[in-house]
Design a protein around this ligand. Sequence first.
Ligand code: SF4
Length: 348
Amino acid sequence: MVKMKNIVRSLFFTRDASDDELRRLIDSEHFDPLFERANEVRHLHFGDDVYLRGLIEFSNYCKNDCFYCGLRASNRSAVRYRLTHDEILQCCDEGYRLGFRTFVLQSGEDPSFKDEDICQIVHSIKTKYPDCAVTLSIGEKSYNSYLAYFQAGADRYLLRHETASDEHYRSLHPQNMDPVHRKECLRNLKKIGYQVGSGFMVGTPGQTLDNLVQDLRFLQELEPHMIGIGPFIPHGETPFAHEAQGSLQRTLNLVAILRLMFPQALIPATTALGTIDPRGRELGLQAGANVVMPNLSPVRVRKLYTPYENKICTGEEAAQCRRCLERRLESVGLHSVVSRGDYPGVRR
Ligand code: SF4
């Protein structure tokens, strides 16, 4: 049987491994050589730099009903909000002052924001802050909608595929949500010219090791610029309220594997990692992540954007968040940079 160390070595040199080897790595206990190699690769491409993305959660309305998400339409106990165009711009003003050069506009799939509204918001931000990148994370749309946002100035788009297995996807979503369409959206985004982010959850109910290998294979085919993964965390007002949360170790293993398979990818140390472990984000960075996404949303709405429960960082002002993250980065020998942080060699 091939030794674990050889699998890591081969992944480092070839960026690939067999399905069986990937299953073993994903399922391993903490294995130092995996994390050392992942760190080495991150350092090779990005030095000690970590990119900051200012996250603006501008609406928690959603027309969808994903079984794992607290923002699902059926959650009648959710207190809903929408930020206005001006409020979103104020978040950007504050973010720019604090050194952010990427703004991530995230929401549920909220039909009350028409394409014209999104285009106007993007256009206003790009006009006021032409040196900043705008990332959208607002779900599945038509090709023409994606094109319109891109033409309005949006640079990047985040849409996690969630799981590459059609069967597993159907067990996490209602019938009207289609895994084929989701993947089609990602291909359309790439075709249009966005820097594209995808990703998946680790530890969703019923997920197998094979499903996770399928996720890695799908990413190899898509070649996204950004890859976000996080542990599944149950929310009390969903059908998965009593399911177990995803494993920290398995999520970290996957961050490290992703760094080795996609050396130049922008990989966030996600808030979900920080939610299941007080040092989760630091551990994510030590596993090869190179992006953090502090929250720029107004404090009054932070607690209301809860796809999962006990989400951290819902009480601090943006400046406090920024300082707190800076300290966390320093504690693992890294530092944030004031830059757009594009995928190497890609910028329009
Ligand atoms: S995961 Fe996204 S699309 Fe699904 S219910 Fe939550 S916010 Fe809506």
